[in-house]
Structures are given as C-alpha cells and as structure tokens.
Design a protein around this ligand. Structure first.
Ligand code: PMP
Length: 457
C-alpha cells in the first residue's frame, strides 16, 4: 500500500478543530472559537499565511518566533530534500556524525564567550540542560530567576518560570529563588546564602516584552561571579538574530556562562535547540568517559535538524537578516512611538530589534474610559485581545497579547519583513485605534462580544 499524505490531507480538510476537540487538548479549539480565531490555514510563505478561503494574513507572530527566516524558505527546503536524498546513517549513536560538529562550530563562532554545544529538541530542554550544567559546575542547588520570566514548562524550567498561572497545580517544583527583573540588590541578597548556582534571565522578557535595563546583565554577571554563581542567558526567543544581533546579550556588553537557543534555529521545519557553555562547564558535567552520556537526548543532533540549522544560518548570512532585524525593528519602533505621541490609548512602545511590545493604558476621555473600564472589569488584557481581534478580522494581520492578564500587544515578525510590512501594520493599528477612540465603532462591538463570551465561558 502506498501511503499518500496529500490524499489524506485532502480527504480530511477542515476537520482539524473537531479532531483536536476529540483527541487532543479540547480547551484549545474552545478558546480559538471564543476569540474568533478558528481559521483553517493551508499555506505559508515568507511572512504570509493563507486560509482555506484564499484570504492571506500578514503573520507578525511567526509561530511564537520559530519563523525567523520566514515560512517555507526554499534554501532550507532544498537542504532538507538533500538530506533525505542522501539517506544518511543517522542516529547510529555510537559515532561522531559530521553535521552536529559543523553546526556546533557555526554556533560557537557566532556566540561570544561560548566554547561548546549540547543539542536537544526544544527550548525547555535547552533550559533544563542549562540548569543541570549550572548545578554540576557549581555544586549548588538553587537557581535564581526573574519575576515574569518564561523559560518553558517542563518541571525544571517551570521551577524558574515567573508566571503563577503556569506553576499552579504542579507543585512541588525545584528549589528556586525569584528576584525582580533588573534588581541587582535583590539578586545580591539572595546570593549571600551561597546556595545559588546561577541566575537564568531573558535579555528581553517574552511575557510583556520587557528589555533588560542598561548595564544590568554585566553587573549581574559581576555579582554572580563574585559569589561563585553563573549567568545563564535564555535566548530561546531573543536568539538567532531576533533583536538585531545574533544573540541579544551582545548588546549588553557581557559574556554569559551558559546560553540557550532554539525556535528560529529550526528554520521553521525541524525542532532543534542548543545549550552553549564555556568549556570548563562541559568538563565538569562530562568529567570522565563514564559520564559521556550523563546528559543526553536520543534525537539530539539528528541529520534533518542539523541540516535545517545549518541552512538557516546560511540564509541569515546571505540575506543579512540580523542587520535587517535591527534596521526594520528601529523603523517599526520609531513609527509606533510616533503614533503613541498622538494616541492616548498607547502608553508605551518598547522592544529590541524585531521583538516589539505596544502597551495600552487607560484613556483620559470620559466615555472612552468607561468602555475601557467595562472590559477591564471582565478580564485584564481583554482590551488588547480586542485590538488583536480587530487587526485580525479587519486587516488580516496576525498578532498576539504578550501574556496572561496584560495590556501589551506583541509583535514577533519574521526577520524578513521590510518597510512595506511596517507601513501595513502601523496604518492598520492607527485605524483600529481611531475606531476605538470613537467608543461606538466596530472595535467595541467585537470587544463586547468577547466580554460576553468570556463571561458565559
Ligand atoms: N525560553 C524562552 C525564553 C521562551 O520564549 C520559550 C518559548 N516561548 C521557552 C524557553 C520554551 O521553549 P519551548 O516551547 O520550545 O519548550
């Protein structure tokens, strides 16, 4: 029997939501129906996705950052086809295959201060490795993390996750220590116990899009080293060019001890993640031949993931996407800041490169303020969800709220976007805000529907 994937897809087109409701996490289709995002997508290319009714959406969400080089990039597709055609003796396990070696060399060359690489399959796994490596290197147990941090949801990563909503129901977690983001005094107070192995921190926090204060990472590293602890930069989201440098920490005049990357390294095709560290840390973890597999993963370094990673880095270089993230990110932020000076509803625009947050705040105008308060009373973040919904339904632009219970709209576009897409987005946002200012426009109709659904569940 010939298996026919295309035939299978054609025969069941449009059944995804029903199948998820029956066999996967049924809350996901419920939530998507509620917010009106239950579209069936068929194709993706660059920064666009196309639905089954032929409507194209500008994708400023990029699969939560996976599509750094855009969707279905032909260079990565070709590399993967070549890897399949080669019929490699992959995952022999008792060998030292070429492709992980080549990708590790490329990553180390782009990551100041890093010497060695451990490959794995997801962001949270890369963080797990970082936590274990810090423990092994220091002989200490506790990990410090920042309030509102997000590092993944497996048990180790969850222990350093600053979102209460993620932790609830999964206790007990590992011994951990939370410190306010950017607060050096609080960090030093915790370090005095000399039990802390490391601080794990995102240079730009994904939840809420908060950029690390200037000088914080360098000063934190100084403090950490003074107390015998390590600095881990979690660059799962910020890494691979997102912020305008290959790694975000390059802009903070610091070299961490351990770094994690994932998401965009995949080219959007094959999951891949990596934990990079200084050589002495690897030597403590893998301290003898007996410990050669003491931290490992069956699929680590598989040929398809490595081919995707190598091709992705080549595309980043060839198309100068890191420089574009810096240039287009500045343009986008500047245009949004200009809009914010005219619009009472926008209280802050922040970010680094193409990781941008737009925060909404209570308007001064009385009628508008009562509408705002109405939504706020139902659920914090509902106003932003209303804007996200309006951008999606009226302007066919895909964005997201930057986290639970926050009034921050987040943009995480492919690094391939240029001035044209910036214009499209800024004009669309200006239109949505103008409608919101009228306090009776279609935006608020959508907001009221959202509020009703949120109440009735
Ligand atoms: N760390 C950071 C900074 C992240 O943004 C994420 C994912 N959003 C993770 C870790 C977890 O990655 P994954 O979902 O691949 O496990």
């Amino acid at each position: 029997m010939a298996f026919d994937l295309a035939g299978l897809v054609a025969a069941h087109s449009g059944e995804g939501y029903e199948l998820h409701g029956q066999h996967l996490n049924r809350q996901v289709p419920r939530m998507l129906h509620t917010i009106g995002f239950d579209t069936v997508y068929q194709h993706g290319e660059g920064c666009w996705v196309t639905a089954d009714d032929g409507v194209r959406y500008l994708d400023l969400l990029a699969g939560f950052g996976v599509y750094g080089i855009g969707r279905n990039h032909p260079v990565v597709r070709h590399a993967l086809q070549q890897a399949l055609d080669a019929g490699f003796a992959d995952l022999v396990q008792m060998d030292a295959p070429l492709l992980p070696g080549l990708l590790a060399r490329e990553l180390v060359a782009r990551s100041p201060g890093m010497d060695r690489v451990f490959f794995c399959n997801s962001g949270t796994e890369a963080v797990e490795a970082a936590l274990k490596f810090a423990r092994a290197a220091t002989g200490r147990t506790r990990i410090a993390y920042c309030e509102h941090a997000y590092h993944g949801v497996t048990v180790g990563s969850l222990s350093v996750n600053g979102g209460r909503e993620f932790r609830a129901g999964f206790d007990p977690l590992l011994p951990d220590v939370s410190v306010p983001f950017g607060d050096l005094d609080a960090l030093e107070r915790e370090l005095r116990s000399r039990e802390v192995a490391a601080l794990v921190v995102e240079p730009v926090q994904g939840k809420g899009v908060h950029v690390v204060p200037p000088g914080y990472l360098a000063a934190a590293r100084e403090l950490l080293h003074r107390y015998g602890a390590l600095l881990i930069c979690d660059e799962v989201q910020t890494g691979v060019g997102r912020t305008g440098t290959f790694l975000a920490y390059e802009q903070d005049d610091v070299q961490p001890d351990i770094v994690t990357v994932a998401k965009a390294l995949s080219g959007g095709f094959v999951p891949v993640a990596a934990t990079l560290a200084r050589a002495w840390i690897f030597d403590r973890v893998y301290s003898s031949m007996d410990r050669a597999f003491v931290h490992a993963s069956t699929f680590a370094g598989n040929a398809l993931a490595m081919a995707a990673g190598l091709a992705t880095l080549a595309v980043l270089d060839e198309e100068q996407l890191v420089a574009n993230a810096d240039r287009t990110g500045r343009l986008l932020t500047q245009r949004l800041q200009e809009l914010a000076t005219q619009e009472d509803l926008i209280c802050d625009v922040r970010g680094r490169g193409l990781m941008v947050g737009i925060e909404f705040g209570q308007p001064r105008a009385l009628r508008l303020r009562s509408q705002w308060t109405m939504l706020r009373a139902v659920r914090r973040g509902l106003f932003t969800q209303m804007v996200v919904g309006a951008l999606y339904h009226r302007h066919r632009i895909l964005t997201q709220v930057a986290g639970d219970h926050m009034e921050v709209l987040k943009l995480l576009p492919p690094l391939t976007i240029g001035e044209a897409e910036v214009d499209v987005f800024v004009d669309a946002l200006a239109d949505v805000i103008e409608q919101a200012n009228r306090s009776s426009g279609w935006v608020w109709d959508f907001g009221r529907r959202l509020a009703q659904r949120a109440v009735t569940g």
